[in-house]
Design a protein around this ligand. Sequence first.
Ligand SMILES: NC(=O)C1=CN([C@@H]2O[C@H](COP(=O)(O)OP(=O)(O)OC[C@H]3O[C@@H](n4cnc5c(N)ncnc54)[C@H](OP(=O)(O)O)[C@@H]3O)[C@@H](O)[C@H]2O)C=CC1
Ligand SMILES: O=C(O)[C@@H]1CCC=N1
Length: 287
Amino acid sequence: MSGPRWDTHLEQPHGLQLPGGRGGQRVHRRLRPAPEPQLAGGVADGAGPVADGAVGVPGARVHVGRLGCRTTHSNGEVVQSCILVFLATKPHVLPGVLQEIAPLVTPNHVLVSLVAGVTLQTLEQMLPPGTKVLRFMPNLPCVVQAGAVVFARGRCAGEREAAVLQGLLAACGLCEEVPESYIDIHTGLSGSGVAYVYMFAEALAEGAVKMGMSGPLASRIAAQTLLGAAKMMLETGEHPAKLRADVCTPGGTTIHALHELEKGGLRAAVMNAVEAGTIRARELGKN
Ligand SMILES: NC(=O)C1=CN([C@@H]2O[C@H](COP(=O)(O)OP(=O)(O)OC[C@H]3O[C@@H](n4cnc5c(N)ncnc54)[C@H](OP(=O)(O)O)[C@@H]3O)[C@@H](O)[C@H]2O)C=CC1
Ligand SMILES: O=C(O)[C@@H]1CCC=N1
């Protein structure tokens, strides 16, 4: 079938299609203020496509509408009008969507999935032979352009497709190409990991409330504490154990507090959480 060419897309980045769920909007929101303003007109939604801006998911219409994108309920229309198509449904919905769009996918298309657990091999098997497929995993802070994203490419996606995807996702924050096996680990570490950090932040603030501080102030200070700690890790390149030791005055407050965390099993609990998230991502891909 004829349709927009990938080369044309690179020159005129219209027809970028994105799903409108929370995962997809993670990417939308990040693209909106991104330094590549030419992309804003081409973002579309999962259920809806985007050709020069079209979106199809009801819940996302208001948000995506602000980007000047069109919306649609037809996945087929998305594929027929877009070269670069993002898949961002729940894992159990994806097989039906792939079955629906497969007859419309051409060698010009590039399909990009952020669906947890679903492997490149599975995607390739459900699409026509030779389809260019890539996979990535974002996390919630993509919304504020401080995300952590990893991606991997399928057998038929080359340097060019990888470079375009990386160029788009770099607007979300850190973005690295990795072996595909790392994507499920990244899901346990970072895609889900932000939720562990929020739980920790909540507990920090609640501890301060218990000791008499107001809740809103405690929350703001907890958030700034996490932000500062993370910034120091990134900017100094130091191992967190070294930074932690730097805070501990012999016989002081920190070592007494850390002893409580060790007794509570924080370290093992967090390691177990990353392991559980990773294993669950692998399971989702098999269902
Ligand atoms: N939440 C997160 O932080 C992250 C999520 N992910 C992955 O993103 C994916 C989606 O998760 P999330 O965004 O949280 O879920 P949501 O439920 O928020 O979004 C799913 C989207 O898929 C749409 N949809 C449902 N059925 C179809 C269909 N047949 N055709 C096209 N679109 C359809 C839904 O539209 P409607 O609302 O109209 O039904 C909705 O917009 C999952 O695979 C998850 O693993 C990846 C990284 C992070
Ligand atoms: O919980 C989930 O399954 C998705 C994947 C990573 C974040 N949310």
